[in-house]
Design a protein around this ligand. Structure first.
Ligand SMILES: [Zn+2]
Length: 336
């Protein structure tokens, strides 16, 4: 039980450590030395110390990128994530240069790193249709001929999708649709799920996904309505929430976060973007996933531990992860 040599006592009014917050009625939680500690007020009005360790799967983190460009200090980023309970990360590509970068990252022991290869709709806006056609062809070749070692880590196609806020003209929108449709076809051909970005394009997105049977996909950093979320769930897909649910007054996405059934709910940071409000102005990172989990637990009236567990299990299912996650702490010298 790393870092805790004797019980640490927190009264219900005592907020004394970093990352302290109300867990639920009658609880106080703190992240201390690798464990979540909370004091539970029991029905008999007794208090007792309980140690809970929470483990997370961050289903969307661009660890290969910083806000200012490529390659932040990935190793320390992942060590900090591991230290705060993250046990798996899916890192999606934005463009073709990311594919090899992601494949070469070696995560620290005990943190499983998975990758998605694809082309982001932002990137599609920056290249010509003939350039994207060549890159899509390369994506097909490389994914369908991936070695078994790479396939163990390559668990999704993405980040791909539609962003009609970025693409205003009919031509650019049609270009995004073409490139996205090609990636949907690749998902169908390989059986891999997609990590999908969708902004102001939920109608066309649903149409494209319904054209033919499509493997379950992940709607990343979902920002749509509860109705759209439930339509996607009905079509077999998963809904992943980032820190936009933490923004006060984000009524539409909050309704969606309450509506998604337990077995389709996922957690992500979308780091380095979408820093939770309480962490700003720091760039976002997987270690901050606890903020999203805490908010979802609050919105859904659920235990934080239940949110961590069910989202982790859902992520393993949709990404076809068979290897076990290390659900214990690390006492080694691999500290950030
Ligand atoms: Zn992303």
């Amino acid at each position: 039980m790393c870092g805790i040599s004797e019980p640490i006592k927190y009264g219900h009014d005592a907020i004394v450590a970093q990352n302290t917050f109300d867990f639920a009625v009658g609880h106080v939680v703190s992240w201390v030395g690798g464990h979540w500690i909370f004091t539970a007020r029991r029905a008999q009005r007794q208090s007792r110390e309980v140690t809970v360790t929470l483990y997370f799967f961050d289903t969307h983190a661009h660890i290969q990128r910083s806000r200012s460009g490529r390659c932040p200090d990935v190793r320390n980023l992942l060590l900090r994530a591991r230290q705060t309970g993250v046990r798996a990360v899916l890192a999606p590509a934005v463009d073709h240069a990311d594919w090899d970068t992601l494949a070469k990252i070696t995560p620290p022991r005990g943190l499983n790193l998975y990758v998605a290869w694809g082309l982001h709709p932002y990137f599609v806006c920056e290249v010509t249709p003939s350039e994207s056609a060549t890159i899509v062809e390369e994506l097909y070749d490389r994914v369908t001929s991936a070695t078994s070692e790479l396939r163990t880590r390559l668990r999704a196609i993405g980040e791909c999708g539609l962003d009609f806020a970025r693409a205003q003209s009919p031509e650019v929108r049609a270009h995004q649709v073409r490139v996205f449709r090609a990636q949907i076809d690749l998902a169908r051909a390989t059986g891999l799920p997609m990590s999908i970005h969708c902004v102001r394009a939920s109608g066309p997105l649903l149409e494209l996904l319904r054209e033919r049977p499509t493997p379950p996909a992940v709607m990343h950093a979902f920002s749509g309505s509860a109705q759209t979320a439930l339509s996607l769930v009905a079509a077999g897909h998963y809904i992943s929430f980032a820190a936009n649910v933490c923004v006060p007054g984000a009524r539409k996405v909050i309704e969606a976060a309450r509506a998604v059934p337990d077995d389709r709910l996922l957690l992500e940071t979308d780091s380095p973007d979408q820093t939770p409000p309480s962490r700003r102005p720091a760039p976002n990172e997987p270690a901050f996933i606890i903020d999203v989990a805490r908010r979802l637990a609050e919105l859904r009236g659920a235990e934080l531990e239940a949110i961590a567990t069910l989202t982790r299990d859902n992520a393993r299912r949709v990404f076809g992860v068979e290897e076990p996650l290390a659900l214990h702490e690390f006492d080694d010298d691999d500290q950030p």
